[in-house]
Design a protein around this ligand. Structure first.
Ligand code: GDP
Length: 398
């Protein structure tokens, strides 16, 4: 199983360098890449900079597609990781809430000289809001404080105390030098006083995310083949068998799964995240959710956390919510609170949320939607908010 890791922290604290170092020391780089970068550095008369490794990989990807968050793949002896690098606060939020990328765990990087800064706080808080439970903190650039234990201890206390306020308990706090490779993959000879894990050891100790196993399927489209309707879509979680009785939501009525198709082939069973076609004994519509075992949340009222990406969200105004293939108009009854991402203060009596602001809303939908809490099942726990057909915000069901 692949684990997705978000690399977060204040600008210039060493995210790219750490990714480059991780790739280099675990031999995860594509063949020929490192030689090419070494050559370039030599030509420029510079020392090999690991941040270039990332930049070079980035260039390649940019030629292939437009991306706002980049992913790099890392393999250790134990398993594979996709490292999600978030170039900015907004891109990170957007990708997390719209599902372009989703992290199972995070590495929060803090510069040993600068300590906790504004983006360190913002990112930490977002990790908490998104319910990313596993956070590894690295104190980078230990070389700048002469690899001293006392300096590290002080920073460790600061970070622990700040994170405590957000409700995050870091799994490990690791002193490293991404630049020199101390405690990233190889144990540092210069910090013998540290006896915790290296970054890679800490990654390999992460628990694989507990997945939700109950069957959930979102009907995306219907097709007619040989006079019969076939409902296609993605299995969001769990599995389904031919002949089984499941329920459809909203409504909760029984539906029999008569056939499961994958292209033209018939299947006996299928599981997440397969895209399949279903033949059923009842007519289904786009946007319907099929479920088994437990029931999803069906509601016309929600109090979600929302992230304003572009344009403002105003109390009393109408918008459209899109969650998987469901769409429903809604009104913001109330902005319950705005969250100050620097002080973590909750501000009430707010009438609108502006670009990049985070808050909690109370909304009324024109018709019931089928959702799950974000922590239970991300695919059904997150949604986007549209105005005039444009995505302007994202939200999660809490
Ligand atoms: P990002 O903005 O968080 O991705 O930061 P970068 O990886 O681009 O690093 C910012 C600067 O810090 C670069 O000049 C790096 O060479 C430098 N840097 C990164 N890690 C270390 C380190 O361990 N020690 C020192 N002295 N400098 C570092």
């Amino acid at each position: 199983m692949m684990i997705n890791i978000a690399m977060v922290g204040h600008i210039d604290h060493g995210k790219s360098t750490l990714i480059g170092r991780l790739l280099y020391d675990t031999n995860s780089l594509p063949e020929g890449k490192i030689e090419e970068i070494e050559r370039t550095c030599k030509e420029l008369g510079r020392k090999l900079e690991f941040a270039y490794v990332c930049d070079a990989l980035e260039e390649e990807r940019k030629n292939q597609m437009t991306i706002e968050t980049s992913q790099t793949f890392l393999s250790t002896k134990k398993r594979e990781y996709a490292i999600i690098d978030a170039p900015g606060h907004k891109e990170f939020l957007k990708n997390m809430v719209t599902g372009a990328s989703q992290a199972d765990a995070a590495i929060l990087i803090v510069d040993a000289k600068e300590g906790v800064q504004e983006q360190t706080k913002r990112h930490a808080y977002i990790l908490k809001l998104l319910g990313i439970p596993q956070v590894i903190v690295v104190i980078n650039k230990m070389d700048l404080i002469d690899y001293r234990k006392e300096g590290f201890q002080k920073l460790k206390e600061n970070v622990t105390s700040f994170l405590g306020k957000t409700g995050i308990k870091p799994l490990h706090i690791i002193p490293i030098s991404a630049y020199n490779g101390d405690n990233v993959v190889n144990k540092s000879e210069r910090m013998k006083w540290y006896n915790g894990p290296t970054v890679v050891e800490a990654l390999d100790m992460l628990k694989e995310e507990k997945h939700f196993f109950d069957f959930r399927f979102a009907v995306q489209d219907e097709y007619f083949i040989e006079g019969r309707e076939i409902y296609v879509g993605n299995i969001l979680s769990g599995s389904v068998k031919k002949g089984e009785i499941v329920k459809y939501y909203p409504g909760g009525e029984n539906v029999k799964i008569e056939k499961i198709l994958s292209f033209k082939e018939e299947l006996e069973t299928a599981e997440a995240p397969q895209a399949i076609g279903l033949l059923t004994d009842k007519e289904l519509k786009r946007g319907v959710i099929l479920a088994k075992n437990s029931s999803p949340i069906v509601t016309r009222k929600l109090s979600p956390l929302v992230f304003c990406l572009i344009e403002n969200l105003k109390e009393g105004e109408e918008y459209t919510l899109r969650c998987t293939t469901q769409e429903a108009n809604f009104k913001i009854d109330k902005i319950l609170e705005k969250i100050d991402v620097e002080t973590l203060e909750k501000i009430t009596n707010v009438k609108e949320l502006r670009e990049t602001e985070i808050g909690k809303l109370q909304i009324s939908l024109e018709k019931p939607v089928v959702v799950e809490k974000f922590n239970t099942l991300k695919e059904l726990g997150r949604f986007v908010i549209l105005k005039d057909g444009k995505i302007i915000a994202g939200g999660i069901v809490t």
